[in-house]
Write a protein that binds this ligand. Structure first.
Ligand code: ATP
Length: 212
């Protein structure tokens, strides 16, 4: 049987409840064999980069998904000395999985709106299918014209005809208003974060003095 692999890349600074529920919905809605979370390595630009180190963000992803058989963590971008572009990671995965495998890449609606700023963004559709998790306020008509064209033409309603790459699928999962930015602000202010982050990740944050 053709393997169905999902990939979810992010800064995960830190990984939070919205990430976990979208990763799980991704696996369930698309009937994937496996979802790999890939924390980003070093950022391209200094200044606006992550606050936790790549190794710490990787540790937190590992803690958050422990015991969830559908999810795994892939450390290839963290291990790389140089920053990784998504298209390069997908090229590498496609080489490893072969041409027949169904490869899915998951992004949030806000990332979709910026897709045309990604390196070789059109090649993403040659390499993988795209799943999109809605974010509050997402409106397809706000997408840049060229991304909107892909959004309109690549959606397939009939899922009996699955392909290795090239389609777009919005997840049915209702949007949730939570970002790592908002979470870091709550942590810095000493506000409660119950339910917004995995307890083991919160313990790690406290232990390492992150986001104070
Ligand atoms: P930050 O606030 O630091 O920008 P973030 O919460 O958006 O962080 P990232 O690690 O940058 O988290 O996101 C990884 C991916 O998850 C991106 O594709 C992003 O769009 C998506 N994502 C994050 N939070 C949500 C959410 N609440 N709903 C839908 N997608 C989300």
């Amino acid at each position: 049987m053709t393997s169905r692999i999902g990939v979810f890349g992010g800064t995960f600074d830190p990984i939070h409840h919205a990430h976990l529920r979208m990763a799980r919905a991704f696996a369930a809605e698309l009937d994937l064999d496996q979802v790999r979370l890939i924390p980003a390595g070093q950022p391209y630009h200094r200044g606006r980069g992550p606050l936790a180190s790549p190794g710490q963000r990787l540790d937190m992803v590992q803690l958050a998904i422990a015991g969830d058989a559908a999810l795994s963590v892939d450390d290839r971008e963290v291990r790389r000395a140089k920053p990784a572009y998504t298209v390069d990671t997908l090229r590498e995965l496609r080489r490893e999985l072969g041409e027949a495998a169904e490869l899915w890449f998951l992004i949030g609606g806000d990332s979709l709106a910026a897709l045309d700023s990604w390196k070789d963004w059109r090649e993403l559709f040659r390499l993988a299918n795209l799943a999109v998790a809605m974010r509050p306020g997402f409106d397809p008509s706000d997408l840049p014209a060229e991304v909107f064209r892909e959004w309109r033409t690549r959606q397939v309603s009939d899922f009996s005809n699955r392909t290795a790459s090239g389609t777009i699928r919005p997840l049915a999962l209702p949007p949730l208003d939570l970002s790592a930015t908002a979470l870091r602000a709550r942590l810095a202010a000493g506000d409660a974060v119950d339910g917004l982050i995995a307890p083991a990740v919160l313990a790690y944050i406290r232990q390492h003095g992150l986001y104070r």
